[in-house]
Design a protein. Sequence first.
Length: 258
Amino acid sequence: MTDDVLKKAMKGIQASLRRVVKKTFSEDPESGDEFIQKVMQKVSTSTDPGAAAASSDLVLEAIVENMKIKQDLFGFLDKMAPEHTVFASNTSSLPIGEIVSTTSRQDRCGGLHFFNPVPMMKLVEVVATSSTSPETAESLLNFTKALGKTPVCCKDTPGFIVNRLLVPYMMEALRLHERGHGSIEDIDTAMKLGAGYPMGPFELSDYVGLDTMKFIIDGWSEKEPDNPIFAPSELLNKLVAQGKLGKKTAEGFYKYKK
Ligand code: 3HC
C-alpha cells in the first residue's frame, strides 16, 4: 500500500460524498461542505497494515483477488490484531474459509461482500463459513445494519448469492451475442426495457470490469470444467488480452470518455 493509492482512495470517498451531498444538501451547500469535512475527519489511512489492525475491532480486506496474497495478509494480521478483532473479506468469488485458513481465529472470520457503486447499492452479503461462530455472524450483520445497508446471510459457496446468479447471466449474454443472436446494444436495451434492469449485461460487465468477470468465471470453470454455465467466452478473453477491461480503461464492450 502506497501513499498515492491512499490519496486516490480518499479522493474517491470525497467524490462519492459530493454526489450524495449535492442532493441531500441542495438548499444548503455550506452545511453540505461541513458534512463532508466531518465525515472525512473520521477516515484515517495508514501504509502500515499491522499497526492499523492493532487498533481495529473489524478488519475488512478488499485487496487483489489472489488467494496466496490474501492468505499471507490474514496470516500476518492474525499476529498483529487483538484477540477480539473480527476479520472479513470482500472477495467476489474466492472461498472465505480458504482465505482465512492461515489465521488462528477462524471462528472470528467471515465475508462482507459489497456491491458497486457501494454508496448506492443497499445490499451486503454476510458470509459465514463452517467455522464462523454465531456471535461473529451476528456482529457482521449488526455492522452492515449500522451502515444503513440490508444484509443477507450467505453460505461460503462460489459467488455467494448475487454473483452466482449475475455472472452466469452476464456470460450467457456474451454467448448469445457470440452466437450472432443479438447485438450488444440490442441485448442491453432488451434487458433494460424488457426486464427492468438498470444496466444491460454488457454495460454492467464494463462497469464491474472484464478482468474481474474473467477471473470469476475462470476460477469456477477450473473447478467445474463440464458445467456449461461456467464455460469461457472467446470475446471476453480477447478483450481482456487487449487490455480492454471496461470503464476503468475507457474501453470494453463500449468506449468511454477518458
Ligand atoms: N457514489 C455516490 N452516488 C452514486 C455513485 C457513486 N459512486 N454512482 C451513482 N450514484 C448515484 C447518483 O448520484 C444518482 O443519484 P440520484 O438518483 O439520487 O440523483 C444515482 O446514483 C443514479 O446515478 P446516475 O443518474 O448517474 O446513473 P443511473 O441512474 O444509471 O444509475 C447506477 C447508476 C446506480 C450504477 C445504476 O445504473 C445501477 O444500479 N446499476 C446496476 C449496478 C449493479 O448491478 N451493481 C452490482 C454489480 S456486481 C458487484 O458489484 C459484485 C462484484 O463482486 C463483481
